[in-house]
Design a protein around this ligand. Structure first.
Ligand SMILES: [Zn+2]
Length: 218
């Protein structure tokens, strides 16, 4: 993590440049990118493609995008499910290029946030997986931004090539992740999604047991 980049971007006031949709607050991508380029003209972003050259990935059930934001030589990666207006994952056979483009934009904005810009806006945001229970549009949490975090998030670990079968191991205990049934939605959570969620929340892949311990340790 480049402290100087993070501190610079994290101190930018983004409050005038957010949009609220379905109870979640989003930063405007066009504005965020302009703010980055003003300060770091060599910054660039990457929209990752799957081996077939598509700008999104799929396991046949849901889809996600992968984007990277490189500032001062440091790339931070963001994975985001392709979601509908209620922030629920769209089934793979229903995804349109419009949905994918929307996801790419949001993913890039979140990648910028990992570098510090507007991170406080996302700090209180539930993960998209949790957001499958749609938020009340009047949710008061969206009206005030969370305070800026004290430390930068850990950059995600590089992921194995998307062509390989998804196998994820818990980085704490080494257990191979298995799909599980979400107690909230009764939906089966595939290991890749679990891994991505864990990555976003904890900066590493953890099994359910270790997530429990992580939470218990505060
Ligand atoms: Zn574990």
């Amino acid at each position: 993590m480049n402290e100087s980049v993070f501190n610079t971007l994290n101190s930018v006031n983004c409050n005038e440049h957010t949009e609220k949709k379905n109870g979640l607050t989003y930063l405007s991508w066009a504005w965020a990118w302009a703010e980055v380029k003003k300060r770091y003209p060599t910054a660039f972003y990457t929209i990752y493609e799957n081996p077939d050259g598509w700008n999104y990935f799929t396991d046949g059930r849901t889809c996600w995008v992968k984007t990277g934001m490189t500032i001062e030589g440091l790339e931070l990666i963001e994975y985001l499910p392709v979601m509908d207006y209620r922030n629920a994952s769209i089934p793979a056979d229903k995804v349109t290029s419009f949905d994918v483009n929307k996801a790419i934009q949001r993913s890039l904005t979140k990648a910028v946030a990992r570098h510090g810009l507007g991170l406080y806006i996302y700090a209180g945001e539930d993960l998209p997986e949790d957001a499958e229970e749609p938020k009340d549009a009047d949710d008061p949490r969206t009206l005030k931004a969370a305070p800026p975090p004290k430390s930068a998030p850990k950059p995600p670990k590089p992921q194995s090539a998307p062509t390989q079968p998804a196998q994820f191991k818990c980085e704490a205990c080494g257990a191979v992740l298995k799909p599980y049934i979400s107690p909230k939605t009764n939906e089966e959570i595939p290991v890749r999604r679990h891994a991505e969620t864990s990555m976003k929340k904890f900066g590493k892949v953890l099994c359910l047991d270790c997530i429990g311990k992580e939470k218990a340790n505060g």
